[in-house]
Design a protein around this ligand. Structure first.
Ligand SMILES: NC(=O)c1ccc[n+]([C@@H]2O[C@H](COP(=O)([O-])OP(=O)(O)OC[C@H]3O[C@@H](n4cnc5c(N)ncnc54)[C@H](OP(=O)(O)O)[C@@H]3O)[C@@H](O)[C@H]2O)c1
Length: 361
């Protein structure tokens, strides 16, 4: 694979079948989880791992002993690992023969190195978004998973939600006619300090890598990968984008306009518009509980959705099911989509002059 190649126009992301059953219910033999890092998302996702009938909370790792032990005690992990003897706690976890799959919840800039070490140690990997900082890193991980026959997936939980799958179903049913236009935004005024990962260039900070993957999910789900992307952004003195706007243009004339911001609050909604009507998500678009459908000529309707756990259980069920069935990639979040997303983001960053330390490595 050539990571320098432009994003290709490929078919729309496949739709997972809406989950009819209880996503916490077992689908096979128990899978033993190792969780890497003890931050905000690690905590939220671990709540849902703990609820899976066929999961075992085997090990957690942290850079600090205090965090590792506190996290292990809170959730009941069998083992906890932290840095010592010149070895990272993360590697200690990868060396644990009782761990089957590793969930990676470090900042983006560490994803490649941590996932690479996990795969090289024989572990399946579920890695947070943004999957990596650039397409070169993504391609390397995918090649590694392919040659080691291990499961690897970007933790883009939105794709697995019942509400999002229902939206794809409506969009592709033809009810809205030919889709011509998508508009999606995600923004919040981040009051974190400049040392927080969102603002730290060394951590892969900025709106693009952290937020844009969600508005982009709606463009990809409705229209697929575009023929062309034009981007604008505001870069701060540290060189990260505080907000950005992307226009995606498609061969058939359709367009998507996507906005992401770390400095302003937005409605956080996606609108998908076609020749026969439109669909709008409730707020927020990465976890919508409501879909409004307005046929061009006809009655508006609102569909509402329950959510199991904290919403991460659906991607966790998919990870578990794939591992149990010996799959190396998920048909709902295939490697090609992850790689093409990173290529698209690389192309955007080239336009913006947005560079990270990882690009030089
Ligand atoms: N799917 C979602 O809904 C969602 C939501 C939020 C974030 N995310 C993604 O998850 C990742 C982590 O985000 P987060 O909000 O959980 O971040 P966070 O609260 O800052 O936690 C990140 C953790 O990574 C570890 N870490 C390793 N190297 C680090 C470094 N150089 N600087 C800071 N922390 C480091 C730390 O854990 P230890 O000290 O224990 O090693 C830290 O607690 C990001 O890639 C983000 O995009 C996904």
């Amino acid at each position: 694979m050539d990571p320098a190649a432009p994003a290709q126009q490929i078919p729309r992301p496949p739709c997972a079948a809406p989950d009819a059953g209880d996503p916490f219910a077992a689908t096979g033999e128990p899978v033993r989880w190792g969780v890497v890092a003890t931050g905000r998302i690690a905590t939220n996702v671990t709540h849902d791992i703990a609820g899976l009938e066929d999961s075992v909370l085997q090990a957690v790792s942290s850079r600090s002993q205090e965090s590792a032990e506190a996290f292990a005690e809170e959730f009941g992990f069998a083992s906890s690992y932290y840095d010592g003897d010149g070895q990272t706690g993360y590697q200690r976890l990868f060396d644990d023969p009782d761990v089957d799959v590793v969930y990676i919840a470090t900042p983006h800039a560490q994803h490649h190195a941590v996932a690479k070490a996990a795969l090289e140690s024989g572990k399946h990997v579920l890695c947070e978004k943004a999957f990596t900082v650039n397409a070169r890193e993504a391609a390397e991980l995918i090649d590694l998973a392919r040659t080691t026959h291990l499961f690897l997936m970007e933790a883009l939980w939105t794709r697995f939600l019942p509400s999002v799958n229902r939206a794809w179903e409506i969009i592709h049913s033809g009810e809205l006619g030919e889709i011509q236009w998508v508009q999606a935004d995600l923004g919040f005024p981040s009051d974190h300090s400049r040392t927080h990962r969102l603002w730290d260039p060394a951590a892969g900070g900025g709106a693009l890598l952290d937020l844009t993957v969600y508005p982009l999910t709606w463009a990809l789900g409705a229209l697929g990968f575009p023929a062309c992307v034009t981007a604008t952004a505001v870069l701060n003195d540290d060189g990260i984008d505080t907000q950005n706007g992307l226009t995606l243009t498609y061969g058939g004339g359709a367009q998507a306009q996507l906005t992401s911001s770390l400095v302003s609050a937005g409605p956080g909604q996606a609108t998908v518009s076609g020749s026969a009507g439109w669909l709008r998500t409730g707020s927020v678009l990465h976890n919508p509980r409501e879909l409004t459908v307005q046929p061009h000529q006809g009655e508006q309707r609102v569909e509402t959705f329950d959510q199991a756990g904290r919403g991460y259980v659906y991607e966790l069920r998919e990870t578990t099911r794939c591992i149990q069935q010996g799959l190396t990639q998920s048909p709902t979040m295939p490697w090609a989509d992850t790689l093409n997303t990173m290529r698209l983001l690389d192309g955007v960053r080239d336009q913006l002059g947005l560079r990270y330390r990882n690009d030089a490595e």
